[in-house]
Ligand binder design. Sequence first.
Ligand SMILES: *Cc1c(COP(=O)(O)O)cnc(C)c1O
Length: 354
Amino acid sequence: MAYQLNQKIRNLEPYEPIAGSYDVRLDANESFLTLPASLQEKAVRAALEVKPNRYPDPCAAGLCRNFGYLYGVPSSCVTAGNGSDELISLLVGAFFEPGDELLTLQHDFSMYRFYGGVFGIKTSVYPKREDLTIDTDGLIAYIQKNKVRGLIFSNPCNPTSLCLSRKKVLELIRSVPDCLVVVDEAYMDFANDSVLDYVEKFENLIVLKTCSKALGLASIRLGFAVANERLTRALRAVKSPYNVNSLTQAVGEAILEEGEYLLACMKKVIHSRDSLYRGLLAFHARHGLFETIYPTATNFVFIKTDHAQAIHEKLLESSIAIRRMGGYLRITAGSEEENKYLFRVLEEIAAELS
Ligand SMILES: *Cc1c(COP(=O)(O)O)cnc(C)c1O
């Protein structure tokens, strides 16, 4: 008998965001901004200080300090991860046992349910309303009734781009004290409803942050979990000791120090996002190809349209990659030139489709 893979992993495929190479990448919600030369040099100088024969600092102390300073949270509440993706997998794998129910929302970031499956955790899905907003009263009632052990959701949401108000999120956390609530604030730099300043007030709250979106550092794989000291101790205890490599720690520490620069980046991305959103509204007013353009609290715009497949394919033919999910499109805000090119090609597509 040959070795057999177990049932839960037998049919999994390696993650492949997009095959092929495209000139304009508006599919992964990355920042379109690259580091200016002065900061690139600073990052390289920091990397040169790294001793390649030595293990990294397991606590990533300097990194957590600079993150804490940037976001106004004590570094004793911060755990660094190899992308927030690692922290999601760690949370799902270590904070839940077989038999526990982990609740996710539909639609939301797909990795939550993916890791639930990999770790054999019962992962249920609570549906959003028809308009993709969250019925928090219904959600609270479901969690209480079913003794749900954990809830994880993104806010603002990827992919819907909608944001649940801070007031509602706090009410939710307060109403389910036995349930661990993980709020993935990967896009909160583009909105204004963070609950980061509440981590010490709750026993059951973990906030996830990433450097991959607003901070423009997707390449170095760096994310953070922020929670009270008891939860933070547990997270640090279960993570692999050297989860964030020394190069990432050095570069991350150097860039996170640059608060003013990072704030300016966020403003530029928000400006691009707003112009993309307004452009799509105007495009829709002219051609009527969309059903709904959702208001956006992120760095992308989410659209419902019967023409999703055709638009997606035709954009790819012009070397523009966006993300399609069934009858929805998700378009990341790009540089001014990229947005301009996108609209030029969209006009061509509209002419073809009508
Ligand atoms: C992009 C994204 C992440 C992943 O962040 P990494 O730090 O790059 O792993 C996490 N959550 C959401 C909702 C995202 O969109």
